[in-house]
Each structure stands twice: as structure tokens, then as C-alpha cells.
Design a protein around this ligand. Sequence first.
Ligand code: PEP
Length: 266
Amino acid sequence: MAYKVCIITHFVGRLKFSMPQKLVVGNWKLNGSLAANEALLKACEALAGADIAVCVPFPYLAQAASLLNGMALGAQTVSEFKSGAYTGEVSAEMLAEMGCRYVIVGHSERRTLFGEDDDMVGRKAAAALRAGLVPIVCVGESLGERDSGRVMEVVGSQLGAVWESIGAQGLSRAVIAYEPVWAIGTGRTASAEEAQEVHASIRRWLAKYDVPAAEIRILYGGSVKADNAAALFAMPDVGGGLIGGASLAAGDFMAICRAAVAKRDC
Ligand code: PEP
């Protein structure tokens, strides 16, 4: 009996040990100024026990890179192209050269406001990997799609296009962000249980398509605040958060990061 308990404890211990710590990513969107960024970044810092990154507008990458306090740098979108006659585009190689580790692809605002479709998101994820960046692949359903019971149909086809482009091996190097469109910037968050249900379904989807699902970080995004972060991060399949509005206030962002540290074994 003692032997069995020991084996189980050892196994659970190893599982916990192999789970990566939570990742908290700030998405500044179209916000900032040199003065505001400096004040914000000087008040934020890396914390032992969580991975923290900030995804800033392109013109501020160099400034942010010099003020990271141990956090990682990311961008909010990337061109699918490497170079050439693509006015206004920014390549993954350029982002890497500026010190980025992460890049968000397929954010719902890019999909709805700038016409990015599932296939383009797949090509952007491929471009990110080609340059050694970690793509943060955003997926999520609209309210109408949720109400008609189509959450995993929608999320599955968004993920499927990325899988077609970068395969299971590519996805194993990516981060997924589940961001229900109805929760982004609306103040309405998915409950921790609603988020967990979709995250678990995403993990099952990944396993079905030969991605090492247990190791993939699946972030939740959509009106995460200091007062709901702990409950969300306590869910076993929630690997961290993609934070929009609350990443613009250092106190709120750091409180969310501290919640991630506190829940790192979940
Ligand atoms: C986002 O921009 O990815 C996001 C989740 O925004 P917010 O936290 O403001 O809802």
C-alpha cells in the first residue's frame, strides 16, 4: 500500500514538475507613448515563478526592449512575408532582430477589423516559427457561435488551419490563447469553469492531431482583471493569460502576474 502511494505521489510530483509555469502576456493594442511606456515598464518586472511578456506596438519595440526588467518582448502581429514589395508590413525576422520572443497571431481584432482569415493566421504562425519566434495563436468564438453551441466547431477549424500550415511539430512550439470574442474588452469574462471546459476541449483536440497536448500552454484572454485572475489560473488547463486593458496599468498587470505565481502548480 505504502509502495503504491509512493508511486502515485512520485508520478503526480513528476507531472507537476514537468508543467511549465504560467505565462502572462500583456497586449497593449494601439496604446502608448514614449512617456507612458517608460512609466509603465519601470513599474513592471519579472517575477520568479511566472513567465511574463509584453506585446507592444512596433514603433516601441526598441524602447520596450531597453526597459524590460527581465520580462520578455513580443509583437501584436507579423507579416506572413519575409521581405519584398509589401509596403507597411513587418517581418518575423525583423521582430526577432528587435529582441522579440513572442508574436500574437490571429487576434480577433485582426480577424474582424483587418480581414485576416484562418489560412492567413496559419501562414503568419509559420512565418513566426521560421524566424525562431513563439507564435501566440488566438482562437475563440463569437457570442452567436457560443449561443448556437458551436464553440469547438469554430475553435477546431481555427486551429485546423494552423495545423495545416505548421503541423503538429509547429504547434508543439506555439502558445494557444483562447479568447472568446464576446469577452474581449467588454468587461464580461468567461467564468473559470467555462474557460476550463473549452481549454480541456482544446487539449483533447490537440492530442487528436498528434500535438503533445499536455505540454502546450493554453492562455485565457478576455477581460482578465486582478480580481478574477486567481480563479481562472486555478483551472488545471489554464496556462496563463493574455491581458489587454489591464496590462496598461502596472498595478493591475503585476497583480495578475502575482496571481499566476501563486497558482503555478495548478
Ligand atoms: C486582448 O486584447 O487580447 C484582450 C484579452 O483584451 P481585454 O483583456 O481588454 O479583454
